[in-house]
Ligand binder design. Structure first.
Ligand SMILES: Cc1ncc(COP(=O)(O)O)c(C=O)c1O
Length: 479
């Protein structure tokens, strides 16, 4: 089958780029001696060089060998408007030349106030205020520390437990990471376990045998109610949930389930925190998905990544007017929310986010909404391949989950590296995949065109077919 393969970027374009040629080899040697990459294994920590990426342009990145690849994961779900956007780069420069930093402890900058107002206008319910952070983990951390502070000020010092779910990913700081529900990381990392209670993953594909999706939703809601009953609502401060679990494998929950949990949270005075670090800023065709897509009005929304399309590290926590006014009413002269980051409300991040929002409102959101059905329909065709158990997703995020056997949906024998194998083949063919054990997650820049979606799906089909051939040849799979 013909697979789209674009030409490598010319060597002239690469001249001087860090990571190219000799500089690239030097960089690899230096990384192996001095750099610690995120999520390393003990056996290679501090001694590892990962694939150098030299440049990017639109939905493409260029690797150390000059190969041009479709950026399937949009970096880490963040380069929503694509690479090398002149408009965004210019704002970075202009803002840095005007004001590169101001202390948020004693001063403020205009960009942060303008951005807060624009975000409040997009947010559902009464989410009128923003606390800006440096990324997603610090946004989740802010939401949780705010809940603790609020309950302390209101004299409810025992109302601090946090409900989270299997399959969740909320970050890499101590408290946010304590919420994570993916088994492999929790085996080796400590967490604030006394503060966190885990509920079941809302993954319909992995629902208990014999349940329909509707009865699975009932099961999840009942489990929530029973947990509140068992622990006591007076001890539970917050429920934290991604509307779609992203790193957990693009888990789209059963219809209506989130809304039912939201209602229970309100009834029990438990704060509902919607973690939109991935789902906001166009990934689901809206600035925020909680209200527009899921009909939710959370007490807090956390965001990051796409807010600047990855051009500057920025995140934030939207907080409801109701909560803030209740706090103000206490009028306690000593109660200090002792929480702040040197880079809270960073002027460059906020200026870039304003331009990013202009571009989203000025056509990118419309474009995302127009290509979403095509993106999902084309990827769904890959279910024809026997290694593929399910293709699922919403908006411009999707997951191809591979299984050893479709009947039993057994991923175990394939767990180790089927995603990595598919990724290796796809990279040869011109696509970077985000492999997750037995899954391939796709979340390209939202500016992707129909033709580019066709190219992406053709490469995936070929990459999965080649992987099936390898597995058959090695005798580890008989599909
Ligand atoms: C849903 C969600 N929340 C929080 C985070 C943490 O964000 P960051 O890596 O910017 O700290 C992530 C990162 O992938 C995420 O997917």
């Amino acid at each position: 089958m013909a697979v789209a393969r674009e030409l490598p970027i010319s060597s002239a374009d690469r001249t001087g780029a860090p990571g190219s040629g000799e500089a690239g080899e030097d960089a690899a040697a230096l990384a192996e001696r001095h750099l610690i990459q995120p999520w390393p294994l003990a056996g290679s920590i501090g001694a590892e060089a990962r694939s150098p990426i030299e440049s990017g342009d639109g939905i493409h990145i260029v690797d150390g060998q000059g190969n041009r690849l479709i950026d399937g994961p949009a970096g880490m779900w963040c380069v929503n408007l694509g690479h090398r956007r002149q408009e965004l780069a210019q704002v970075l420069y202009d803002q840095a030349m005007q004001l590169s930093y101001n202390t948020p402890w004693y001063t403020m900058n205009t960009a942060s106030a303008l951005l807060a107002e624009r975000l409040a206008a997009h947010a559902p319910g009464d989410l009128s205020h923003v606390f800006f952070t440096t990324g997603g983990s610090s946004a989740v951390e802010t939401a949780l520390r705010f809940m603790q502070f609020m309950n302390n000020v209101r004299g409810r010092r025992d109302k601090k437990l946090i409900l989270s779910r299997g399959g969740a990913y909320h970050g890499s700081t101590y408290l946010s990471a304590s919420l994570n529900g993916r088994p492999r990381e929790r085996d080796w990392m400590d967490g604030a376990d006394a503060l966190v209670v885990k509920l079941s993953s809302p993954d319909p594909f992995r629902r208990p045998a014999g349940m329909t999706v509707e009865t699975f939703a009932d099961f999840l809601v009942d489990e929530f109610s029973e947990t509140v009953e068992r622990l006591g609502a007076e001890r539970i401060g917050a429920f934290v949930a991604e509307p779609i679990q992203a790193s957990g494998g693009v888990v789209v929950p059963p219809p209506g389930y989130l809304k039912r949990i939201r209602a229970l949270c309100r009834a029990h005075d438990i704060l509902y925190v919607s973690d939109e670090v991935v789902t906001a800023f166009g990934r689901l065709g809206e600035v925020f998905a909680s209200g527009e897509v899921f009909d939710l009005d959370p007490d807090m929304i956390t965001f990051a990544k796409g807010v600047t399309s990855g051009y500057f590290p920025l995140g934030g926590t939207m907080i409801s007017e109701r909560l803030l006014s209740e706090l103000r009413k206490t009028n306690n002269p000593d109660a200090l929310f002792g929480h702040g980051l040197t880079y809270s409300s960073h002027p460059i991040g906020c200026a870039v986010a304003l331009k990013n929002l202009d571009l989203l409102e000025g056509g990118a959101l419309d474009h995302a909404r127009s290509v979403e059905p095509y993106f999902q329909a084309r990827l769904k065709e890959l279910e024809e391949l026997p290694l593929v158990g399910e293709v699922r997703g919403l908006g411009l995020m999707a997951c191809i989950e591979c299984v050893a056997d479709r009947e039993s949906r057994d991923p175990l024998q394939l767990d180790k590296d089927v995603g990595r194998r598919i990724d290796a083949h796809c990279q040869e063919l011109g696509l970077l995949v985000r492999p997750l054990i037995n899954m391939c997650v796709m979340s390209p820049p939202i500016i992707i065109s129909r033709e580019q979606i066709d190219a992406m799906v053709a490469i995936l089909r070929e990459g999965i077919s080649r992987t099936m051939d390898d597995l058959r040849r090695e005798g580890v799979w008989r599909g």
